[in-house]
Design a protein around this ligand. Structure first.
Ligand SMILES: *Cc1c(COP(=O)(O)O)cnc(C)c1O
Length: 392
């Protein structure tokens, strides 16, 4: 009975807790204190951090901090309203112009976060009569964005362009208002890459609208580190400043026309307070630093390659990883948990990733490297993994 006075209206919460505890899936927050770009303190212990997305170590860079403070002093701590009301402080468009030039596109638009961008930008582009073809391994924010579009969504097998082609052929004459393809450039769980050239060619052939999320590639790959999408004629690129950018916020890289369209139709821009000046200051500084960090990017990928090679020699599988994100696919869920726990006891912070985030039997621990990690750090991790194998 809906209004049974004796019913505990919160019982669903306990049921969810029970379910999660049984599966060892109860999520918990814990307090950490950052020490530098690669070490953090947890409960008084210094841990080597191998799970952050701060790929260039910019989160602790003095220039980002200084520019944040400078912007605060000049503009205050809050933007006071949406950009469409009175929050569009002049630095916004200065940063956007700088970004558009670097991304080699006509226009850029800064949004609040990657999550907010994805859940509001996709519904702005799709309508209820559209069809979205979405990569199987897309990030949750892209999945939510597709759902909020309230149109038909078909998931294609991960990075499988033949499957995508089949779906395009099958659906082309069906009267959809438009067909959108949605993918990431570097996939967050597997550290592999999409075939952007192939996707652009397909998109052009079938006249679809191509959306690429460059979150894990921005700052890390492409000309001047401006992302894997750089140089490709992609209709709409989304990226974040929260990862290699070292601060927060997101961006769209697109045509001038699409930028104007978003200002009119993207709820995540219209109905939210503009980002605070401090954040724009950090983004502005990151955009000055990132283009000149080729040496850091090279060393990051060299370390990743060396780590993958060493893991393969030990018999670990790393899937299709070809980036700074390296999954060690353990398979068994309990073993993935045990390994992550053991590494943590040994001072290494990594993340264990288990179903339902990945399929059954594909449990893994995921390492993500930063340009601040040295060969010594990588060797230390390899040594520990060898020890684990010996003691198994
Ligand atoms: C992290 C991430 C996001 C979310 O970006 P935030 O700025 O952290 O909200 C979106 N897409 C992908 C692929 C991501 O990995």
């Amino acid at each position: 009975m809906v209004n049974d006075k004796n019913k505990d209206k919160f019982s669903f919460i306990d049921a969810e807790f029970d379910r999660r505890i049984k599966r060892r899936q109860l999520r918990q927050l814990r307090n950490v204190v950052p020490l530098n770009g690669i070490e953090i303190n947890i409960n008084g212990r210094t841990m080597l951090n191998l799970c952050s997305n701060d790929y260039l170590g910019l989160s602790m860079h003095p220039l980002l901090q200084e520019r944040s403070i400078e912007f605060i002093h000049k503009y205050g701590s809050g933007a006071t309203a949406s950009r469409l009301i009175c929050g569009n402080y002049d630095f916004y468009e200065q940063v956007e112009n700088k970004l558009a030039k670097l991304k080699q596109v006509e226009a850029a638009l800064v949004l609040s976060s990657g999550f907010q961008a994805n859940i509001s930008v996709i519904p702005a582009v799709a309508d209820r009569n559209s069809l979205i073809l979405s990569d199987q391994l897309n990030h949750n924010s892209l999945i939510q964005g597709c759902r909020l579009s309230r149109c038909k969504v078909v998931v294609y097998r991960h990075n499988d362009l033949s499957h995508l082609t089949e779906l395009l052929i099958e659906n082309s004459g069906k009267g959809f208002s438009r067909i959108l393809i949605v993918t990431e450039s570097v996939f967050s769980m597997d550290g592999d890459r999409a075939d952007l050239g192939g996707l652009v060619a397909l998109s052009e052939k079938f006249n679809t609208f191509l959306i690429v999320d460059d979150a894990h590639a921005t700052g890390v790959f492409g000309y001047q580190g401006m992302g894997l999408t750089c140089g490709y004629p992609i209709d709409l690129v989304i990226g974040t400043f929260g990862k290699a950018g070292g601060s927060f916020g997101a961006y769209l890289a697109c045509s001038k026309k699409l930028r104007t369209y978003m200002i009119n139709c993207c709820s995540g821009l219209i109905y939210t307070t503009a980002l605070p000046p401090s954040v724009l200051g950090a983004i502005d500084a990151a955009l000055d630093l990132i283009p000149a960090m080729d040496a850091e990017r090279k060393s990051l990928q060299n370390h990743a390659e060396y780590l993958r090679q060493s893991l393969h020699e030990m018999g670990w599988r790393t899937g299709q990883s070809s980036t700074q994100i390296i999954p060690i696919i353990v398979g068994n869920e309990a073993e993935a948990l045990a390994l992550s726990k053991w590494l943590e006891e040994n001072g290494i912070l990594i993340s264990a990733i288990r179903p339902p985030t990945v399929p059954e039997g594909a449990s893994r621990i995921r390492l993500s490297l930063s340009a601040l990690h040295t060969r010594k750090h990588v060797d230390h991790v390899i040594g520990l993994l060898q020890k684990w194998l010996l003691n198994k």
